[in-house]
Design a protein around this ligand. Structure first.
Ligand SMILES: Cc1cc2nc3c(=O)[nH]c(=O)nc-3n(C[C@H](O)[C@H](O)[C@H](O)COP(=O)(O)OP(=O)(O)OC[C@H]3O[C@@H](n4cnc5c(N)ncnc54)[C@H](O)[C@@H]3O)c2cc1C
Length: 322
């Protein structure tokens, strides 16, 4: 039992970026265990799976049905557990996204197997161990998985996708039709084109230091200067109605782990840090040098954000040639 099943995510027929991270984590674990990687994509028809070998899949199974363009818990659970029962897996890996957070415990419960959620590292060199932040990110713990198969959800952006020269065999299967206890009828997409904070590799977040919702233009301009960055917010500004809840980072918002997190006018309350302290590089801009955000920042700029942010935006534009 050394193979790994990677459960990937698609939206409207396009694979989500986090799927490459899940595959990368699965490949590394399978290599350590001496097994192979099966990728499973459940969803609408027409998903292009040709590139998945490059991220580590040996085999890809597409379970396609237009009815599954939205996440349907009972069907997805049925597909994953059936594949696990028919196979020989040490681990099932998913992303700790909204879908993965719902699906992972369902699969683990049905298979009666161990579950490790929101992990940031997996080691397969001597059994399977996982690492994850605990207590709002104040502690990091490592846990040994004592039975297989096990279900592991990985935190988005914690695993950097890596490519290799591999070709995957692709097969397509029809979806089962179990009795549905619940059915997803629609997803309310936030307005606008911006990336979700939980998925972006660069997040620029603003807090109460911006003084008013109109000044979020500064944060948006900085995000735009990077090209493809998301705009996040502290709870204080979400509660004040300046930004939608979907943008909130923190204990009662989203957990993010981007390559770069820029906190603009955010004090760094423990509940905010809980959602962003595992970011790879943290930059804080705050006029108070004693602000707690500087304790977790890799780079700190002490000063008035209304002077610093436009200058930073200008410099980023120059560097990126925009
Ligand atoms: C149960 C619970 C759950 C919570 N969940 C969350 C959560 O999920 N996410 C979250 O963010 N918070 C959460 N909070 C709230 C949290 O405790 C803080 O109140 C909140 O994060 C503060 O937001 P802020 O940093 O924007 O505002 P403030 O704490 O008011 O900080 C504003 C910062 O802006 C700086 N500033 C002001 N003017 C300027 C300027 N001109 N230039 C530069 N800097 C300037 C100030 O020095 C200050 O540090 C939660 C609280 C509780 C009790």
């Amino acid at each position: 039992m050394s193979n790994v099943l990677a459960v990937l995510e698609q939206r409207a027929g396009a694979l989500k970026q986090v799927s490459h991270e899940v595959l990368t984590a699965a490949r590394a674990l399978a290599d350590a265990l001496g097994g192979s990687v099966d990728a499973l994509v459940i969803g609408s028809t027409g998903v292009d799976a040709t590139g998945l070998g490059a991220y580590g899949a040996d085999r890809v199974t597409l379970v396609e049905d237009e009815e599954l363009s939205l996440y349907q818990p009972d069907v997805f659970n049925e597909v994953v557990t059936a594949q696990v029962r028919a196979g020989d897996y040490a681990a099932i890996i998913l992303a700790a996204t909204a879908m993965g957070k719902d699906l992972a415990p369902r699969v683990a419960a049905r298979l009666d197997c161990p579950l490790a959620v929101d992990v940031t590292a997996i080691d397969g060199s001597g059994g399977i161990t996982v690492t994850r932040p605990a207590y709002s990110g104040k502690a990091i713990y490592t846990a040994e998985v004592t039975a297989t198969p096990c279900v592991i959800s990985v935190r988005p952006n914690a695993f950097t996708p890596s490519e290799n020269a591999r070709e995957a065999a692709v097969e397509t299967r029809p979806a089962p039709r179990p009795d549905l206890r619940t059915r997803t009828v629609r997803v309310n997409e936030p307005a606008g084109e911006r990336l979700d904070v939980a998925e972006a590799s660069i997040v620029v977040s603003g807090g109460r230091g911006l003084k008013g919702p109109e000044n979020f233009k500064l944060v948006e301009d900085l995000a735009d200067a990077f090209g493809n960055a998301a705009v996040g917010a502290s709870r204080a500004v979400v509660d004040a109605g300046w930004r939608p809840h979907a943008d909130q980072v923190g204990q009662t918002g989203k957990t993010v782990s981007p390559q770069l997190y820029i906190a603009v006018g955010i004090s760094g309350a423990i509940q905010h840090l809980a959602g962003m302290r595992t970011s790879k590089v943290i930059v804080a801009i705050n006029k108070d040098k004693d602000s707690p955000i500087f304790k977790v920042a890799d780079y700190g700029v002490v000063g008035d954000l209304f002077e610093i942010v436009p200058r930073l935006t200008e410099e980023i534009r120059k560097v990126r040639g925009g």
